[in-house]
Design a protein around this ligand. Structure first.
Ligand SMILES: C=CC1=C(C)c2cc3[nH]c(cc4nc(cc5[nH]c(cc1n2)c(C)c5CCC(=O)O)C(CCC(=O)O)=C4C)c(C)c3C=C
Ligand SMILES: [Fe+2]
Ligand SMILES: [Fe+2]
Length: 341
């Protein structure tokens, strides 16, 4: 029987913290129509406006969290790739990034040239979004079609409610939970509201009523990023035995003037400090690897904001990264991936 490769896929980072490299990365990322979902001329205009100032700001932020070996996201993803080899006897474990290097194209072409018959394509996003999952899958589809690759591809499904993922999250948070805290904030990457409406197959669910995400089921739940984030938090809180008054959900990393999904993390930080929360724990379950959004946005900027608002301590729970509970969990999730492309 031919080998079955595992291809781990994450978002990607700039090649370095130089303003030029950050501009190149942001341009590739933001010009993706799944990320900024406007017709090309408007997208080009908007991205050019963003690129006037953002690369310098982001380069500064990246420089503050960069490691000697490179971008934390890429370095951690490499470590995960290496660690997964022991949990994936089926074949080689490869790594690809949607933007920048190593590319999805390079990885799939290399695997096909090695005679690999089947690949488990694993976007490392627990929650479905067109700007993450769909764009990675469509890039794989393009590469396979354009290069005429004869590969069978299994596709890891969003795993926001899967016991293996939730148990690994609880295991990774356990030492922090046991240390004592006043409140646990689960801060997810945000999304423009427009993306939710577009993805909603019923055309009538998303953001209609305060509890729409609590009621989402079936194909609506499968397409609603916000509802999936709430399911993760509810599952995590239940497993960890958290008091409902001691945890909440928020959404971070807004960009531009459009309305993004609420509640916003920045607003929650002030509210929590105002309610007398002194020791705040923050988890970021939308990311499986620490990155600029966790280390800089939460670990630096959110911490400063919370302390200024009257809080005493903000502890950031690391992402799953290469946690010992995550490796077998990820392998199990990947073995469940259905044949898709
Ligand atoms: C319209 C803009 C953006 C959408 C939509 C978006 C969705 C989205 N992103 C992630 C995961 C990550 N995003 C990261 C960085 C990042 N994201 C955006 C914009 C959008 N993201 C920007 C401009 C950046 C770059 C950093 C900055 O300038 O602020 C990262 C980290 C990358 C790194 O190198 O560390 C991740 C991971 C998800 C899960 C998501 C949809 C829900
Ligand atoms: Fe993002
Ligand atoms: Fe929804």
């Amino acid at each position: 029987m031919s080998e079955q490769a595992l291809l781990l896929v994450n978002l990607g980072s700039p090649a370095s913290t130089s303003v030029a490299d950050v501009r190149r990365y942001l341009n590739q990322f933001l010009m993706d129509p799944y990320v900024i979902d406007l017709p090309w001329p408007m997208r080009r205009l908007l991205v050019s406006l963003i690129l006037a100032r953002r690369p310098a700001q982001s380069a500064h932020a990246y420089a503050s969290i960069w490691w000697p070996e490179g971008s934390p996201l890429v370095v951690i993803s490499r470590r995960l790739q290496q660690a997964m080899a022991a949990h994936w006897p089926e074949g080689p474990v490869e790594l690809a990034m949607r933007y920048g290097e190593p590319s999805i194209e390079g990885a799939l072409v290399r695997l096909a040239s090695q005679g690999i018959g089947e690949v488990v394509f694993a976007p490392l996003y627990p929650h479905f979004a067109d700007s993450t999952t769909t764009t990675a899958v469509e890039e794989a589809r393009r590469v396979i079609h354009e290069h005429g690759l004869s590969l069978r591809v299994r596709l890891l499904q969003p795993f926001f409610d899967q016991p293996e993922y939730l148990d690994a999250l609880v295991a990774s948070a356990r030492p922090y939970l046991d240390d004592g805290f006043d409140h646990l904030l689960m801060s997810y990457h945000g999304l423009p509201e427009r993306h939710l409406h577009k993805a909603d197959p019923s055309g009538a669910h998303c953001l209609r009523g305060a509890d729409c995400c609590q009621r989402a089921e079936g194909e609506v739940l499968a397409a609603c990023y916000r509802a999936q984030c709430y399911r993760t938090s509810e599952g995590l809180a239940a497993r960890a035995g958290l008091d409902p008054a001691k945890w909440s959900v928020s959404f971070q990393s807004r960009l531009g003037r459009a309305k993004w999904i609420e509640p916003y993390t920045e607003a929650r930080l002030d509210e929590l400090a105002g309610q007398g929360v002194k020791r705040l724990l923050v988890m970021c379950p939308a990311f499986v690897a620490d990155c600029i959004e966790t280390l800089e946005e939460i670990g630096d900027r959110a911490r400063e904001q919370f302390l200024q608002a009257g809080g005493e301590e903000l502890r950031l729970v690391p992402c799953l990264n290469t946690h010992e509970a995550w490796l077998p969990a990820l392998a199990t999730l990947c073995r469940r991936a259905p044949l898709q492309l």
